[in-house]
Every structure is written in structure tokens, then in C-alpha cells.
Design a protein around this ligand. Structure first.
Ligand code: SF4
Length: 228
């Protein structure tokens, strides 16, 4: 019988101390922005993967979305031992906040499991701002900028109450503007987003079919191999 619980995805290998709660990226907000050239949504790897070789994950992410966006969650919505002490939990690894209820539920999840550190990547400051007072200390917020190659003013302005800001650059722009690409894509050995405050993270746009090692080659060679 299919589970009626919220799926907490266990990441494997070196990332086994990080788990994730995802929702579907096929929602009104994501659909609208994915249709606009130059946005990160327009090249969203989550939408690409879930349309192809990760299609099997879509029903569980739709179930997560339906639960999280329509009613208050309780501990019964999780399998026993979904979380352990000291665990990092990535919220919205796939997907985006779609309403107030979903944000309140992520706040409640962090409160119900005070021994985890939850980190949410989101563009929805419109939802979060009026509810910021609800965020417990173990819920970290990272603002994802909307446009690829944001100008400096946008790329360095961390919204109030957020731990950091996450920007995405094209190779060409990063080289031409000497952008410090400081996201290696290797979260397991980095964990900056999960542990630090007041930071600006710059990542290279993911290639269409994600050749992760090749992605950084040009910029690394220009920046003398520095990709921290
Ligand atoms: S900066 Fe580090 S923790 Fe953040 S996404 Fe990049 S590799 Fe992962």
C-alpha cells in the first residue's frame, strides 16, 4: 500500500548526514517563472530531472505538496526515526513554497524536531516576510535570486531574517565579471549553506544534462583553480 506519510528523502554516500523534504516544482509559481527567459526557473534542473529519469519521484513530491500546503502537520505525518540528532535537512531541495500553510508547516517541523537543522532555499520572500516571526532558530533561510547573472546590488543583498543569498551565473558572465564562484556543488564536504550566516553563494548554472565536473572547468582555469 502506498505510504500516506511525508517523504523524507535520505541522501546517500557522503551526504548521508543530510536529508531532504521536496515538493513538486510543477506549481503555478514555478510554471510562471519557468516560462521567462533568463530566470533560474527557466533552466531548473528539478523540472528537467522530474520530467525524465526521476519521474518516479513525482507522486511522492505531489503528496508532500498536498499535505504541507493544505493542513497543519503533526508528528504522525512522519515515519518513526525520520530524523536523527544533528541531522541537516534540506527543505525544498525540489519545489518551492506555494502558500502560507506550507511555510508554517516547515516552521512547525523545525519546532517538532529541535535537534535537526533545517535549511530552506526559496524565492518566496513575499510569503515569508509577514511570517518571519514564526521561524524557529533551527530553520535557516537562503534566498535564491530569480535571474541568472544578477547585478551586484541584487546578488549581495541578503533579505532580513535570511542566513544567506544564493546566485546563479552563466560561465560567460562569471568570467567576464570575475565573479567568485564559491559553490563547488559538493555539499557533503562544504556545508556552508547549512552552517554559516551572512554569506553570498555563487554557483554556475547547471548544464542541460549536468556534467558536474566539466561545469567548473572554464571558470576554475580563469580563477587559477580556486573554487572553494
Ligand atoms: S555552497 Fe556548499 S553547501 Fe551550499 S550548495 Fe554549494 S556546495 Fe552545497
Amino acid at each position: 500500500m502506498a505510504s500516506d506519510k511525508i517523504l523524507v528523502s535520505k541522501l546517500s554516500g557522503k551526504l548521508n548526514h543530510v536529508s531532504a523534504i521536496s515538493t513538486t516544482p510543477f506549481n503555478d509559481f514555478c510554471d510562471r517563472h519557468a516560462a521567462i527567459d533568463g530566470t533560474t526557473c527557466n533552466v531548473c534542473y528539478a523540472r528537467r530531472y522530474l520530467s525524465t529519469f526521476r519521474k518516479h519521484a513525482v507522486p511522492a513530491y505531489i503528496r508532500n505538496t498536498n499535505i504541507l500546503s493544505t493542513r497543519e502537520v503533526t508528528e504522525d505525518d512522519f515515519e518513526p526515526n525520520s530524523f536523527f540528532i544533528g541531522q541537516h535537512v534540506r527543505l525544498l531541495a525540489y519545489g518551492e513554497l506555494i502558500n502560507d500553510t506550507m511555510f508554517k508547516n516547515f516552521c512547525k517541523i523545525a519546532e517538532m524536531f529541535p535537534y535537526i537543522t533545517a535549511t530552506m532555499w526559496t524565492k518566496r520572500i513575499d510569503i515569508i516576510n509577514p511570517l518571519l516571526h514564526l521561524a524557529p532558530k533551527n530553520l535557516r533561510l537562503i534566498y535564491s535570486t530569480l535571474m541568472i547573472d544578477p547585478d551586484d546590488a541584487i546578488a549581495t543583498t541578503i533579505p532580513k531574517g535570511f542566513s544567506g543569498i544564493f546566485n546563479v551565473y552563466s560561465n560567460r558572465y562569471a568570467i567576464d565579471h570575475a565573479i567568485d564562484i564559491n559553490c563547488s556543488g559538493s555539499c557533503a564536504t562544504c556545508l556552508k549553506c547549512y552552517t554559516q550566516n551572512g554569506f553570498v553563494i555563487n554557483e554556475l548554472v547547471k548544464e542541460k544534462w549536468g556534467n558536474e565536473s566539466r561545469r567548473y572547468t572554464d571558470v576554475k582555469s580563469v580563477q587559477n583553480g580556486v573554487c572553494l
